[in-house]
Design a protein. Structure first.
Length: 233
């Protein structure tokens, strides 16, 4: 958003949680966004952003609610479907749902045999519970290192978009995501934020043995402290 707004000369105000990754915030500012810290988590920050938009007449952009964001995520699958063999499973991180909806809809249309599996952090199960019950199920709090998928209050439009697309949702522990982060760094030299999809592949390796899996690696915003804690021990 910051990159696109700067390119078009549009002012952008980003609301983020007081606990948000400082490296991400610095990069938003470097791209010209005004960043405001408000609330203890992702969903609390969205409440402040929504109120700001109502007060000022600004356009409120919410991940999981805007179809264009899901459409953009779906372009990832255009590339995935160029693989010479169809994937048996797609393990896709599930936060607000835009990424999973975009990839899932495209994959269902062009590779219908592929099972679409969302992956939530075990400490942030609101989306998993909501998809299982067919209604919005919020949690009072979250507890996960994966701030990008740390959803406490599901977006109704996202749940609607995901209906009939997601075959299953798995939950992964933070320790599994750290192990996946370490694997990517030590085997491939990649600095990746906790990858939920790869963590699911490792956690449920017996189940996925012999299958061709696709997953996404989303974001390289590891802070110096996270690198020290997870990658230099």
């Amino acid at each position: 958003m910051a990159y696109a707004a700067r390119k078009r000369g549009i002012p952008l105000v980003v609301f983020a949680a007081e606990t948000a990754n400082r490296l991400k915030l610095d990069r938003m500012r470097e791209l010209g966004a005004e960043v405001r810290l408000a609330g203890c988590d992702f969903d609390a920050a969205k409440d402040h952003a929504r109120a700001f938009a109502e007060e000022t007449g600004a356009q409120f952009i919410e991940d999981g609610r805007e179809p264009a964001i899901s459409e953009g995520a779906g372009t990832i699958t255009v590339e995935l479907c160029r693989w010479p063999q169809p994937f048996d499973v797609a393990l896709i991180p599930l936060g607000n749902g835009a990424l999973l909806a975009g990839i899932g809809h495209w994959m269902k249309a062009h590779s219908p045999s592929t099972r679409i599996i969302g992956v939530c952090a075990k400490g942030a199960p609101a989306m998993a519970r909501s998809l299982a019950s067919g209604k919005i199920e919020s949690t009072e709090s979250i507890s996960t290192i994966a701030d990008g998928i740390g959803v406490r209050v599901p977006v109704p439009e996202a749940l609607s978009d995901l209906a009939g697309v997601v075959d299953e949702v798995l939950l992964v522990e933070d320790d599994a995501m750290i192990a996946a982060t370490q694997l990517l760094f030590r085997r491939h030299g990649l600095l990746i934020e906790p990858p939920a999809g790869l963590a699911a592949a490792l956690t449920f390796r017996d189940r996925f043995q012999g299958t061709l899996i696709a997953t996404t690696l989303c974001g390289g915003n590891l802070t110096a402290e996270q690198i020290r804690q997870w990658l230099t021990a």
